[in-house]
Design a protein around this ligand. Structure first.
Ligand code: NAP
Length: 483
């Protein structure tokens, strides 16, 4: 099945931080892929901006090298020269006056104007203020801001207030790249465009939900930065919270940005405070020559978690009694992100199943390959009597929707095109971010006030044993972490 490409309106996209890692690895390769797909208008302009002094040609050479390095294996690089002609560069200091007049002169009066803040969050306010004071942005302009959006409620609120001085909420696109994944959007399609699941999507039929985001890498070179953050701030408050919302939310009245975000916000507000027994924190240990978390963080006394597992309850009619178990960590057995919805077992089995009737599971895989599996019971083939076997109904999108999945857009490219189209559905609203911090803050405050150290765990494992017990004590078990 070939997806339809709908070109977007002509645009000027300014990337602040165009010489940085994110621009090189994701934004520029993503834009190139949209160009190859035919979605970028012939006159669209992409202006890189950072302090490094260089001209358009030098930036194009930099972008060429980045795209060659970070484009996907199946990407066609034959149109690179044509793409690079869309690129320009302005040397600019977010905290000074250099470059702003030049940027203003480069932006065309017509078309969509979008400004991607791919810089440290400490610069967001400076850039927003200068875009306004130099008369570069107007009420139709859009800004894209990267994570982290604050480190607690107070800082997130302050950042929202700073941006609000210069931009209205409908101009602000807070990016969470998990929301740009094909499968995450498919989750909404599967739930709300089919009759099959929604009637069962509640505490009466769903036993529990697991959300796992596991990484094999440690904190490595980012140790010092990560040590001020930890798994809760880095993963749970944003990405995992967003996944939880999409699973748990009520059907919005329409697939409209604010209708969807209103429903997500209600889920966050319905989260119950966590009990201490519902939380397991961990730190990976050393493994031979590979340093452990404390060495990676450069802080032998660190109490920051590189792993966290939580049992979360949602206090509303739909989910009362159905726990959501969340876990995320570094240096685990495999790199995988998935959501598992485990339905209740049939109330009675007419078959002679030695271990009783088994539950159906809907497994929504986000990483490394996207897709969904629904496990169902069938009769084992052959003449050996009525024996049952559990098999997956595979709904891999790569097979169904594209040749080897290569034409499936990466989250960033999809989200950037949504910015140009002016569609905020897959971006976090300011009140959502604040509500997520309001729930997270007391949990982190408790850890910081206490003296308990995170549990050590072996690299390559599934995390601390305590995390396994979190489910065992409820007579449940985690789905194995596997690629
Ligand atoms: P980075 O590699 O450190 O790049 C920072 C960029 O900001 C560089 O282009 C730098 O260029 C520019 N910059 C720094 N100070 C500036 C100033 N005063 N005025 C103008 N430009 C300035 O950082 P990054 O990894 O790309 O991350 C960018 C943002 O994305 C951060 O908010 C980060 O948290 C977020 N993010 C990154 C990733 C990732 O995978 N990298 C993932 C998720 C979120 P000059 O030195 O030339 O000025």
């Amino acid at each position: 099945m070939v997806s339809r490409i709908i070109p977007v309106d002509d645009f000027d996209l300014v990337i602040f931080g165009a010489t940085g890692d994110l621009a090189h690895r994701k934004i520029l390769p993503g834009l190139y892929r949209r160009f190859v797909a035919g979605q970028v208008p012939a006159t669209a302009q992409i202006i890189g901006a950072a302090r490094t002094k260089q001209d358009d040609e030098a930036f194009r050479a930099e972008a060429r090298a980045a795209i060659q390095e970070f484009a996907g294996k199946g990407d066609d690089l034959s149109q690179l020269d044509d793409f690079l002609r869309h690129l320009a560069y302005v040397a600019i200091d977010a905290r000074g006056s250099d470059g702003w007049d030049e940027l203003k002169a480069r932006i065309r009066p017509e078309g969509v104007h979008a400004f991607y803040f791919s810089v440290a969050p400490a610069l967001f306010g400076d850039i927003a203020q200068r875009l306004a004071s130099y008369g570069i942005a107007d009420t139709n302009s859009r800004i894209v801001v990267e994570k982290p959006f604050g480190r607690d409620l107070a800082t997130a609120r302050a950042l929202n207030q700073t941006l609000a001085q210069h931009f209205a909420e409908n101009q602000i696109y807070r990016i969470d790249h998990y929301l740009g994944k094909e499968t995450v959007q498919n989750l909404m399609a599967v739930r709300f465009a089919n009759m099959l699941f929604e009637p069962l999507w509640n505490a009466q039929y769903v036993d529990h939900v697991q959300i796992t985001v596991a990484e094999t890498v440690g904190v490595g070179g980012r140790g010092e930065y990560y040590d001020h953050s930890g798994a809760m701030r880095d993963m749970v408050q944003n990405h995992m919270m967003q996944l939880l919302c999409l699973i748990a939310m009520e059907p919005p009245y329409h697939f409209d940005p604010d209708a969807v975000r209103d429903e997500k916000l209600k889920v966050i507000r319905a989260l119950e405070p966590l009990e201490p027994g519902d939380i397991v924190r961990g730190q990976y240990q050393a493994d031979g020559d590979e340093p452990g978390y404390l060495a990676d963080a450069g802080n032998p006394q660190s109490r920051t978690e590189s792993f966290v597992a939580l049992k979360v309850r949602i206090a509303n009619w739909r989910w009362s009694g159905t726990p959501f178990y969340l876990r995320t960590g570094k240096r685990l057995r495999a790199r995988t992100s998935e959501i598992v919805v485990t339905f209740k077992a049939p109330p009675h089995s007419i078959f002679d199943e030695s271990d009783g009737p088994r539950s159906n599971q809907l497994v929504i895989k986000l990483q490394p390959n996207e897709g969904m599996d629904l496990t169902v019971m069938i009769k084992e083939p052959g003449p050996g009597g009525m024996r049952l076997v559990q098999v997956p109904l595979d709904m891999s999108f790569a097979d169904a929707l594209g040749e080897n999945g290569t034409d499936m857009p990466d989250a960033y490219e999809r989200l950037i095109m949504d910015v140009i189209r002016g569609n905020q559905t897959l971006f976090m609203r300011g009140d959502e971010v604040e509500a997520a911090w309001a729930w997270t803050d007391p949990i982190i405050a408790d850890w910081e006030a206490g003296s308990k150290r995170p549990e050590p765990y072996d690299p390559g494992s599934s995390g601390p044993d305590e995390a396994l017990r979190l489910l065992h004590r409820d007579n449940r078990r985690w789905r194995e972490i596997r690629p």
